[in-house]
Design a binder for this molecule. Structure first.
Ligand SMILES: [Zn+2]
Length: 389
């Protein structure tokens, strides 16, 4: 084939792929409006961050960034993509714990507290986006089938971004056998739950607290934003959660940028954090992401400002949302750890769990000890079969 013909052929392929990306984006937007019913009615905000980062001009993602991300999705070679290992979640072992936390991938967590089962930011779909099958794809499988979940008592939602609040998952959990769970959400989000899941949701302002039995739930500030549509910015409140049970506390910040005063305030107002699940992924390009997300080095700083006894990394290795490769967060965390030998921050395989009380069953691994595996294509409902390792 002549060089000119080859170039023309490649150009045509590129143009075709760009057209697919564009149509996908437009199609997604139209369907998103149709499916996310009630979203346009949410008007309690706009909310603002409690802390000021002087260098933050407020300028965010440009259109070219979304095209770059879409391009990576379309052209990714799964065979050469490294992701965290996945093990089947041992629910029977977890049920024996009085207070423990399991990682379901990305920012989704399952918590056992006394007799309660709690889900945090559950996204069990194969893609994290407005429409099933479009958007960032799940790279490693789920550690259990959604149908294997125990009866959920409480669902905590940090904010309304698609990788934290998934329509399909919420609808599944809302219609679970034995009745819907209690949904705890930030201000302005209860209407979305009423419209989309037919379930009531209790709204929290920052520092609000509620109890369910002998477990307390407190909504705390985070440095982030919200919005499921471009014209919907910051109409619902974002934040993190502190769960207190049997004299121990677990903290999950949701998504947050690094602000030292934020973590110091949380430590001062809530007391000792025994275990924290800190987000460490989606941090490149840094010039943009530093005002939205922690990088592994920030997570170490946050861990120290919180004076947390132990922490582990989440929000990585599952859906690629930043420019860094899915396993890069683990590599960068191991690198950052070298400069701070005192920090107790580790990693878990997806499907692993850890007790909130230090050093009981299901302990954490050092960042450098977690070995990557190859990604697999996600298919509807794909999960690691029980017993398969
Ligand atoms: Zn977010």
């Amino acid at each position: 084939m002549k060089l000119a013909q080859m170039i023309t052929g490649r150009k045509r392929t590129v143009m075709a792929l760009l057209a697919i990306v564009l149509l996908t984006a437009l199609g997604s937007c139209a369907l998103m409006v149709a499916r996310d019913r009630g979203a346009a009615d949410l008007k309690p905000g706009p909310f603002r961050n409690a802390y000021v980062i002087p260098e933050d001009t407020g300028e965010r993602v440009k259109g070219t960034y979304f095209f770059r991300r879409a391009w990576v999705q379309l052209t990714r070679d799964l065979a050469s993509t490294e992701v965290p290992p996945v093990i089947p979640l041992d629910l029977a072992a977890m049920q024996q714990q009085s207070f423990a936390v399991a990682w379901l991938g990305h920012a989704s967590l399952l918590v056992r507290a006394g007799s309660l089962w709690i889900l945090i930011d559950p996204v069990l779909s194969d893609t994290a986006g407005p429409v099933q099958g479009f958007g960032p794809a799940r790279l490693p499988p789920l550690p259990l089938q959604p149908g294997q979940l125990p009866h959920i008592d409480v669902v905590l939602v940090s904010h309304d971004h698609y990788d934290h609040l998934d329509l399909s998952t919420v609808q599944k959990v809302a219609t679970q056998a034995g009745g819907a769970p209690q949904f705890f959400v930030g201000r302005g989000l209860s209407e979305w739950f009423q419209w989309n899941a037919g379930s009531a949701a209790r709204e929290f302002d920052w520092w609000d607290e509620a109890r369910v039995g002998d477990t307390a739930f407190r909504f705390v500030p985070a440095q982030h934003n919200s919005g499921r549509l471009p014209f919907h910015k910051n109409t619902t409140l974002w934040g993190g959660w502190v769960i207190a049970h049997a004299g121990k506390q677990f903290y999950f910040p949701g998504d947050t940028a690094f602000v030292n005063a934020l973590f110091e305030d949380i430590q001062r107002r809530t007391g000792r954090i025994d275990l924290a699940a800190l987000p460490i992924g989606s941090y490149e390009p840094r010039a943009l992401m530093r005002f939205e997300h922690l990088n592994p080095d920030d997570a170490l700083h946050a861990h120290q400002s919180l004076q947390a006894r132990r922490s582990f990394g989440v929000h990585w290795g599952t859906f690629q949302l930043g420019d860094e490769e899915p396993f890069q967060a683990a590599t960068d965390l191991a690198l950052a750890m070298k400069t701070r030998t005192s920090a107790e921050i580790g990693l878990m395989p997806i499907g692993g769990f850890v007790a909130v009380e230090c050093c009981a069953a299901g302990d954490l691994r050092r960042a450098g000890d977690l070995q990557p595996v190859r990604a697999r294509p996600a298919t509807e409902g794909a999960a690691l079969a029980s017993g398969q390792r």
